[in-house]
Design a protein around this ligand. Structure first.
Ligand SMILES: *[C@@H]1O[C@H](CO)[C@@H](O)[C@H](O)[C@H]1NC(C)=O
Ligand SMILES: *[C@@H]1O[C@H](CO)[C@@H](O)[C@H](O)[C@H]1NC(C)=O
Ligand SMILES: *[C@@H]1O[C@H](CO)[C@@H](O)[C@H](O)[C@H]1NC(C)=O
Ligand SMILES: *[C@@H]1O[C@H](CO)[C@@H](O)[C@H](O)[C@H]1NC(C)=O
Ligand SMILES: *[C@@H]1O[C@H](CO)[C@@H](O)[C@H](O)[C@H]1NC(C)=O
Ligand SMILES: *[C@@H]1O[C@H](CO)[C@@H](O)[C@H](O)[C@H]1NC(C)=O
Length: 599
């Protein structure tokens, strides 16, 4: 309280000075801070403080950047928000985009809808802006970082991403929301349901940033887009999209995901879309009638139909990728993606920009967790030596989107990742399986994208190998796997975004300082080093590196492919308690990133 009051008094003084500079665009009083956006309206924000040095952070949350995508706008490309009268209360988060998790969907959805009125369930296209200063003198404008959250294009929200670490540095942070699941990605390849709406939402948010970020002290010419997992795929898709103007971003940070990952694109969207429609009881034969039906059904029915579709698809031997993924559009007056990402990349049709990207050491552990739940436990195969020996590697590949019809790839992998005597014994196979899953779903695709980009632009590659006190393994749900998660998928986020329930110990905090400095340096100068503990980080210059291994003692190494076998060669580290479910309610939404959801 005291800190708040004294900071506030200080700000009052600053604001008086500001008002004269910027024609009363900014003013503060006892109730908060108000900012005018020309052509849009006034916003009332609030104050927070940075995590380590208690610098002031001005926060504006729940700012609408698009018209509510409801009624005739459901499934349509987003339209820019209308101006508003009066002062918008930007002191609270906007509502989350509707999403269902697989477990307990009915009950969870009830809790979810109880927070929403029927009219605004889908009205979730808002963004949050966090800035250490509020004036728009262009020569002092700060680099801007726009974070696209992950969650399989189906889960998550902007509320999980607080600014208190990153805003130790002079950057403006923006976190937009986008439509998720079928509301954001269903595609019938028609004008009315084109697909890729969620990505167009992100692109519209970038346009908003271009137009308005200077009023928050940000530099529209120095925008870095960054994202993790599906968010990492999304930011690299921005590089490929003909719909995204070059001036909307200058740099990219892709964490644990890229447009090249096998799970990114839904290759049969119309089949998925029609199946979901049928499950939602929209089985009219005329496309126009069917579309009208889909537009009118309650969100809950649509999400439940999608969920049933995923479950049925898996049961029928499919990969459960339909209805919530980017598509190659063949219809729509706005087309976000028009050819497979690999083709754009091979033929050089993408925006080469300075790029920073990488993976975590044991990306594969959460995928193996899903294989354990959905296959080994489900079909009682954990002790079936014959299955483990002959089928498991191939099954793992199939769920990674790689159809190994001859068995050749599995044979090679078995040869590389398992010693004699290990095949057939799940415990002994665990490190190799974690490596295989990590490479197949995330490491190779991230590496390959960086490599292609590095032929034209400075590209900084990393592997995040630091084993800290906390982990996101299990996503807030108690897990009971016969193996530890290691440095799991998403563990890098613990050091970029504070969770209210987690206090970093001093060693964790040092790593946090390192990644915060590397990331914000890149946003400011296109060069991540020097930073705390990292004096030098050269851009990629060969076919395998160099890359930075981020750890207690970080080091520049030459061959990134060594990270492909890191669990096999260096193990998984000691076990540790995952973050408890009770302390991480929002992360429950991430629950059960089952294979189908990764896909
Ligand atoms: C400040 O940030 C923390 C997250 O680090 C959050 O828990 C807290 O609610 C924020 N305070 C305000 C006033 O928004
Ligand atoms: C804002 O006020 C004007 C003038 O009173 C009115 O015409 C307009 O409809 C209002 N807009 C909104 C969004 O309330
Ligand atoms: C902006 O900042 C620069 C550098 O401090 C200063 O020279 C210039 O006068 C400022 N411009 C305005 C409009 O305040
Ligand atoms: C759609 O199909 C379901 C199941 O096949 C059936 O029960 C329902 O009556 C059909 N609805 C329409 C509008 O044809
Ligand atoms: C393992 O693979 C073999 C041959 O590919 C197949 O016949 C068998 O059904 C598979 N076993 C299981 C349990 O899926
Ligand atoms: C399986 O492998 C583990 C770890 O290598 C070993 O401790 C265990 O004895 C093996 N089990 C069998 C049945 O060989």
């Amino acid at each position: 309280m005291w800190a708040w009051a004294s900071r506030f008094a200080l700000f009052g003084v600053t604001a008086t000075w500001l008002c004269c500079l910027s024609t009363e665009a900014v003013y503060a009083d006892a109730a908060g801070v108000t900012l005018k956006l020309p052509g849009l309206g006034a916003l009332r924000g609030s104050l927070n403080t940075s995590a380590w040095t208690s610098r002031a952070i001005y926060q504006f949350q729940g700012i609408p950047f698009a018209k509510p995508p409801v009624g005739h706008l459901r499934f349509k490309p987003p339209e820019p928000a209308d101006p508003w009268n009066g002062t918008l209360d930007a002191t609270k988060f906007g509502k989350k985009c509707p999403a269902l998790t697989r477990s307990n969907q009915e009950q969870e959805f009830k809790e979810w809808t109880s927070l929403l009125t029927p009219e605004n369930t889908e009205d979730c296209l808002t963004l949050n802006v966090y800035t250490p200063k509020l004036f728009s003198n262009a020569s002092l404008a700060l680099p801007v970082m726009v974070y696209i959250h992950g969650g399989s294009f189906r889960l998550g929200s902007a509320q999980e991403y607080w600014p208190n670490y990153l805003l130790e540095k002079d950057v403006v942070l923006v976190v937009p929301q986008y439509r998720l699941g079928p509301l954001g990605f269903l595609s019938l390849q028609t004008e009315d349901v084109p697909g890729n709406m969620g990505l167009m939402d992100q692109a519209l948010a970038l346009r908003w940033v271009r137009n308005y970020i200077s009023f928050f002290g940000g530099d529209p010419d120095r925008v870095t887009i960054f994202g993790q997992s599906a968010g990492g795929a999304a930011v690299t898709l921005m590089q490929l999209s003909p719909l995204v103007d070059e001036n909307l971003f200058a740099k990219v940070i892709a964490q644990s995901g890229s447009a090249l990952a096998t799970w990114v694109i839904d290759r049969n969207p119309v089949r998925s879309g029609l199946a979901i429609a049928r499950l939602a009881n929209c089985n009219q034969t005329k496309m126009a009638d069917l579309t009208a039906c889909l537009r009118e059904i309650p969100v809950k029915d649509l999400l439940l139909a999608h969920s049933k579709f995923l479950v049925a698809d898996i049961a029928a031997g499919g990969r459960g990728t339909g209805g919530n993924h980017p598509v190659i559009q063949t219809a729509g007056n706005q087309r976000f993606l028009v050819e497979p990402p690999l083709k754009s990349i091979q033929e050089g049709r993408f925006k080469h920009v300075p790029l920073l990207g990488g993976v975590t050491r044991h990306e594969g552990s959460f995928i193996l967790g899903n294989i354990y739940d959905n296959i080994l436990q489900e079909y009682n195969l954990l002790h079936n030596e014959d299955y483990l020996r002959h089928n498991l590697t191939r099954t793992t590949l199939r769920f990674s989107g790689i159809e190994d019809t001859t068995g050749m790839i599995s044979d090679l992998l078995n040869e590389k990742y398992f010693q004699s005597g290990e095949l057939g014994n799940f415990t002994a196979m665990t490190p190799g399986l974690i490596d295989i899953c990590g490479v197949a779903l995330l490491k190779a695709a991230t590496f390959r994208f960086l490599l292609e980009n590095s032929r034209q632009q400075r590209s900084f590659l990393y592997s995040f190998n630091y084993f800290g006190e906390h982990t996101k393994f299990g996503y807030g749900v108690p897990v009971d796997y016969p193996f530890p998660g290691g440095v799991a998928h998403s563990d890098d986020l613990l050091y970029l975004f504070p969770l209210p329930s987690v206090v970093l110990n001093s060693e964790d905090r040092a790593i946090s300082r390192t990644v915060v400095e590397l990331w914000t340096n890149f946003a400011a100068y296109s060069d991540p080093a020097p930073a705390n503990g990292v004096s030098f980080w050269p851009a990629m210059s060969t076919e395998t590196g160099p890359y930075l291994r981020i750890d207690r003692t970080s080091e520049v190494r030459v061959n990134f492919l060594e990270e492909y076998a890191i669990a096999t060669t260096a193990g998984l580290g000691p076990s540790r308690a995952p973050l408890s479910a009770a302390s991480m309610p929002t992360l429950l939404l991430w629950l059960v990133m089952a294979l189908l959801e990764v896909n």
